[in-house]
Design a protein around this ligand. Structure first.
Ligand code: UDX
Length: 446
């Protein structure tokens, strides 16, 4: 069985490389020739731990590779090659709207379908509004030449950035939405590899498969906003949200994961996914069911503003950023990624700069992307350089490198030893004993 993967972003590049790792012949397609040229040399346009190595191991033409993975921009080549075609293109938020932009998914199906010449299965992996698969199945059937017998299935992907390879090779579950036994059989065959061994496989209809992804991301977002709401109450009451999260998490119905309070969630998935879900529920007349997600979103966005206010207060009694130097540690929306899409860290940095602060940012992997998006911020080559001369240090992305910083060394270059932890991953005691005024979100001041 040969596979094609359409779209070579985080999802597609990882899926293609992981499938090659499992022994499949894979052809990746993207409409961006520069991306394809780079991938064909075995290089990744993004930073994702372990993925470069996987590409090097399988991309055809790389010395010593298995040659099982190739890339193209040619739809006919992809149609001829694949028995199963995975659609892995992105579904970003529409500008100025909650709804997601389905144009890349639609165009993938519309570009592939006319070239199909034999029975094939097209499998959507992108996160889409419920009802999309049904519509795309009709489009596929209408556009595929007579006799090509193209069928659609929905197989949402749950990978996290920073763990994309691990999550793809060892998923918690596999969900497939199908309409026929043949489609189910073909997907079972794809996953009858180490991926599938021991992994729960849920077979369902299109709508449920689409909704599983919407529901999972909504639940995760709700968990983060819940603990951030508790952080607000803790701050008002003098409580400690970190201890609170630890204590409630011991109840295994609640669990410890996704209960880290701070400046909230960002990235290319959670924020836009909950908004698209609300928009779709509205179209379906079920908007009341998801009004709580509006609150989840607004608690989350409020965190960014709250960090700006904490930084302003830390700058001194006159309540102004003017003439103050702010060091920002972190630019990406999460660690182990170079992704700065909807990054809370950069949002906070940008707001402070707009209000007159002199902001210097350092991030282990996200500097290039950050500089493209926020070219007017100052960027430093290291955490130490960012902190040099700073009146306040803000810890905004929870990289391991920042947990391992030496507060004594940083203290010797800072203008004022004052740090705000926006991720609750630094150890207050270590910083305080090095002479820093340390404040964290949702935790008591000392
Ligand atoms: C998310 C989902 O986890 C994944 O299953 C889905 O396929 C895509 O969207 P990702 O966007 O990679 O994955 O990030 P995730 O690890 O979920 O973190 C999202 C954001 O929440 C980050 O900004 C992170 O810093 C923040 N976060 C996470 C918290 O603020 N607190 C937490 O406890 C956990």
């Amino acid at each position: 069985m040969k596979l094609t993967v359409i779209g070579t972003g985080y999802l597609g590049a990882t899926h293609a490389a992981a499938m090659a790792e499992l022994g499949f012949e894979v052809l990746g397609l993207d409409i961006d020739p520069d991306k394809i040229a780079m991938l064909s040399r075995g290089h990744l346009p993004i930073y994702e731990p372990g993925l470069d190595e996987l590409l090097q191991r399988h991309v055809d033409g790389v010395a010593g590779s298995t040659g099982r993975l190739r890339f193209t921009t040619d739809w006919q080549e992809a149609a001829d090659f694949g028995d199963v075609h995975f659609v892995c293109v992105n579904t970003p938020q529409k500008r100025g709207e909650y709804a997601c932009d389905m144009s890349y998914v639609e165009s993938a199906v519309e570009s592939l379908a006319p070239h199909l010449t034999r029975p094939t299965l097209v499998v959507g992996k992108s996160t889409v509004p419920v009802g999309s698969a049904e519509r795309l199945a009709e489009r596929l059937a209408a556009l595929a030449p007579a006799g090509a017998a193209a069928e659609l299935a929905w197989n949402p992907e749950f990978l996290r950035e920073g763990f994309a390879v691990e999550d793809t090779l060892h998923p918690d579950r596999i969900v497939i939405g199908v309409r026929s036994e043949e489609a189910e059989k073909a997907l079972r065959e794809v996953y009858a590899t180490p991926i599938g061994a021991g992994t729960p496989l849920v077979v369902t209809d299109y709508a449920t498969a689409e909704l599983v992804k919407n529901a999972a991301n909504s639940f995760l977002s709700t968990k983060i906003s819940f603990i951030n709401a508790m952080a607000e109450v803790c701050e008002a009451a003098g409580g400690d949200v970190v201890k609170l999260a630890e204590a409630i998490g011991y109840d295994d119905r609640i669990g410890h994961k996704f209960l880290r309070a701070g400046i909230g969630f960002g990235g290319g998935c959670l924020p836009k996914d909950i908004r698209a879900f609300m928009a779709r529920a509205g179209e379906l007349g079920a908007d009341q069911a998801l009004t709580f997600l509006r609150e989840v979103d607004s608690i989350n966005m409020r965190r960014r503003g709250h960090m700006v206010e904490m930084a302003r207060e830390a700058c001194g009694a006159d309540g102004s950023f003017l003439g103050k130097r702010i060091a920002v540690l972190g630019a990406t929306f999460k660690p182990d990624s170079d992704d700065v899409r909807d990054s809370p860290a950069l949002n906070v940095a940008g707001q402070i700069q707009l209000q007159g602060g002199q902001v210097t940012v350092y991030d282990p992997k996200g500097m290039e992307n950050a500089a493209r998006l926020f070219p007017t911020l100052t960027y430093a080559a290291s955490a130490l350089e960012a902190v040099r001369g700073a009146d306040v240090v803000l810890h905004l992305t929870e990289w391991r490198e920042f947990r391992e910083l030496d507060p004594v060394a940083l203290g010797s270059v800072a203008a004022v030893r004052r740090i705000l932890d926006g991720r609750n991953t630094l150890d207050p005691q270590t910083w305080r004993s090095a002479g820093w005024t340390f404040r964290a979100m949702g935790r008591p001041r000392v």
